[in-house]
Design a protein around this ligand. Structure first.
Ligand code: DX5
Ligand code: ZN
Length: 224
């Protein structure tokens, strides 16, 4: 049995003190770094690309979970892998040939994930669930940190959990957006395995302690 994972979202870190913030996460109970890539096309915001991720890779002692909020992600998979991505997640809504894109991610040696926007039903992933290492349930509309958790994510997590159980796969359910100490228990009880937390960690008074608290919340354990 394994406890849930905590993935602080570096979008909420202080980029003038990236080294300091990474050192805090390295020393903390966090498991992964969540790294948000935005292109100003799939989402109405622009963040950073491969060069910044290469720098982050040098600072990080934990895996980089790279969330691609970009159109045509298949054009850049290898370059994100080369930059240091350990998990590469693409959006269902951005991939007309999702099965092929998943295979492309796996061929690089990275773990493959698919993210679902709030309006996208869990059932769309049933035909390819056995191919997926991770499903990222967006609990905000992607594009910005610091938004309010959308509660319809909870039944979606439960539905995904059922699909994963029926197919007997090891797919992890990640929840991204508006996650914090106030709702983490509910999310974990619904069946989530990975909590992404940006503002609730980096904007808190004691980020490292917040990570520990998120990690210690009871809820759900799972087999790997
Ligand atoms: C939203 C991003 C999230 C974001 C989460 O588009 O995918 O990963 O950084 O930030 P918080 O935890 O502040 O909602
Ligand atoms: Zn994200």
């Amino acid at each position: 049995m394994k406890k849930h994972l905590i993935a602080p979202s570096v979008l909420a870190a202080n980029f003038a003190h990236l080294e300091r913030d990474f050192e805090m996460v390295n020393q903390s109970d966090a498991d992964w770094y969540h790294v948000d890539v935005m292109d100003g096309r799939f989402v109405p915001n622009i963040s950073f690309g491969m060069d910044i991720i290469s720098t982050m890779k040098k600072l990080a002692s934990k895996p980089l979970d790279v969330h691609l909020m970009i159109v045509e992600p298949e054009k850049y998979i290898e370059r994100f892998r080369d930059a240091g991505a350990d998990v590469i997640t693409v959006h269902y809504e951005a991939c007309p040939h999702l099965h092929r894109t998943i295979q492309q991610i796996k061929e690089t040696g990275a773990k493959a994930g698919v993210a679902l926007n709030p309006h996208t039903d869990a059932s769309v992933l049933e035909p390819i669930i056995e191919e997926l290492d991770l499903v990222c349930v967006m609990s905000v509309n992607p594009g910005f940190g610091g938004q309010k958790f959308i509660y319809s994510a909870i039944p979606k997590i439960k539905k995904l959990k059922e699909i994963i159980t029926i197919h007997n796969t090891k797919t992890l359910i990640e929840v991204d957006g508006g996650v914090g100490l106030q709702n983490a228990e509910k999310i974990l009880q619904a069946g989530a395995n990975v909590l992404v937390a940006g503002s609730s960690v980096f904007k808190s008074e004691n980020p490292s302690q917040t990570i520990t608290k998120l990690k210690e919340i009871g809820g759900y354990t799972f087999h790997v």
